[in-house]
Design a binder for this molecule. Structure first.
Ligand SMILES: [Fe+2]
Ligand SMILES: [Fe+2]
Length: 282
């Protein structure tokens, strides 16, 4: 299949529409939590940020949808906007149900440079999801919350995976339509956007650390999560989870490759390093 062809466009848009899941955040099987689980849920320091990010995502994708004239692309992007708004709704329901301390911050104005915003957002999602896959696996393995909660969040993770697969295909499609040069420059363009996404992620982490100064993720909660945590294990989880989740997608579709490749290289270097630093048997 030629990237940038009508067949390519129809394939990634059709796949996106066909894998839609219907649900209402209010009627999901939210579990009753015992005191310890409730305390753990409330202690997570980033719910306010997640709530804001999902609301902002809904606003950006909605604004971008109005600028898209191709009806096939438009239908798919409109659905993504709907799903982002539903993520925000899901987080809102959770905050209200469990009495989580997370304020609804006023949204920034997203009405200018919508295409750049959409691209920044898309690359940001690729980065957040890749790291999120690892965090999700570690949280699930450590039984940080009851499994009914993870089942609900699994729906959200699957949707984010669909979004990033859609996004990398859309990006490649758009670049290919602009011509050979733009298409050849795609890796460089992606690299630039990934660097911007990384910059924003670091900014968010810093702001979060300042905001949570004092009311930090308490040491006991963190230890449930971080028992046996190493950076290498985390990266391995991100990498293998990414692979597992991406394997369920149509082989014809492009998938995000920048971060998985980077992680593969880093893991290869770490393995080599630990092999070399291990003393030889006597
Ligand atoms: Fe989302
Ligand atoms: Fe998303």
């Amino acid at each position: 299949m030629k990237i940038g062809s009508q067949q390519h466009r129809d394939t990634f848009c059709r796949h996106f529409l066909q894998t839609y899941t219907a649900y209402d955040p209010r009627t999901l099987p939210w579990p009753e939590l015992d005191a310890a689980a409730l305390e753990r849920l409330k202690s997570v320091p980033f719910w306010e940020e997640v709530f804001y990010t999902e609301r902002r995502a809904g606003a950006i994708v909605k604004a971008f949808t109005e600028t898209v004239s191709d009806p096939v692309l438009r239908e798919a992007i409109e659905l993504q906007g709907f799903e982002e708004a539903r993520h925000a709704e899901l987080i809102r329901v959770m905050i209200e149900k469990y009495g989580i301390d997370a304020a609804e911050r006023p949204l920034e104005d997203v009405s200018d440079n919508v295409e750049t915003r959409f691209k920044d957002f898309g690359f940001g999602e690729c980065m957040d999801s890749f790291l999120g896959f690892g965090v999700f696996k570690i949280a699930m393995q450590s039984q940080f919350l009851p499994k009914e909660m993870f089942t609900i969040f699994e729906t959200l993770m699957y949707e984010e995976t669909r979004h990033i697969v859609f996004f990398v295909n859309w990006m490649a499609y758009v670049q290919a339509r602009k011509g050979l040069v733009a298409r050849a420059l795609l890796p460089l363009t992606s690299f630039r956007y990934y660097m911007r996404a990384l910059g924003r992620l670091i900014g968010t982490a810093r702001r979060g650390a300042e905001l949570n100064d004092g009311k930090e993720f308490s040491a006991t909660q963190a230890s449930v999560f971080l028992d046996g945590f190493t950076f290498r294990r985390f990266l391995e989880d991100c990498y293998s989870e990414n692979r597992r989740r991406m394997d369920s997608f149509d082989a014809d579709l492009l998938r995000p490759s920048f971060l998985p490749q980077l992680a593969e290289t880093a893991l290869g270097a770490m393995r080599l390093w630990s092999f070399r630093t291990k003393p030889l048997p006597a």
